[in-house]
Write a protein that binds this ligand. Sequence first.
Ligand code: PRP
Ligand code: HPA
Ligand code: MG
Length: 190
Amino acid sequence: MRTRENRVDAATAGTDLEHVLLSREQVAARIAELAAELDRDYADKDVLLVGVLKGAVMVMADLSRAMSIPLSMDFMAVSSYGSGTKSSGVVRILKDLDTDISGRHVLVVEDIIDSGLTLSWLLANLSSRGPASVKVCALLRKPDAAKVEVDVAYVGHDIPNEFVVGFGLDFADKYRNLDCVATLAPHVYS
Ligand SMILES: O=P(O)(O)OC[C@H]1O[C@H](OP(=O)(O)OP(=O)(O)O)[C@H](O)[C@@H]1O
Ligand code: HPA
Ligand SMILES: [Mg+2]
């Protein structure tokens, strides 16, 4: 049987992780704090959470369930990393919103802000659609990796400039289902 204690090992088939930066408990605790803050800030607003697929799927699921105000959800799928560990800088929309966001209060939910290129492009794109407001909530941010400055109202954790996986974050589309945030052992890249 898979227990809490062995879950990381089970999900990674043993030795793929190098270092766990954030445990499942640390992530859950911070998401609960962010949800409480968002509940207060959006108490009198009809908020639309926009999850950026695929990476934001876990944050979106946990954050939205930790919030208690009425809210709506929609998703966009964009990609700039492909199968590598560096942003290509070219953002492609793979799936657009179903919702007309003009006049809406939009909260973009992201797993990570790394170079900032994806978010900077996305904010320009969403702002051109005439929303009442657009803010961002990201679980992780790498301050030392920023190539463009983006205004992020809600940040879970600032982390070092290392490639990380888990909690929605992938390497070559794997490891998204890890319940912690971790770096990968060098042999995984070779
Ligand atoms: O700040 P940046 O350097 O732009 O990196 C952050 C973006 O990169 C990742 O998405 P990716 O393009 O890998 O797609 P995915 O969410 O499907 O993994 C991540 O989910 C963010 O959206
Ligand atoms: O550190 C990262 N890991 C996985 N995907 C990412 N996309 C941007 N940065 C990262
Ligand atoms: Mg990715």
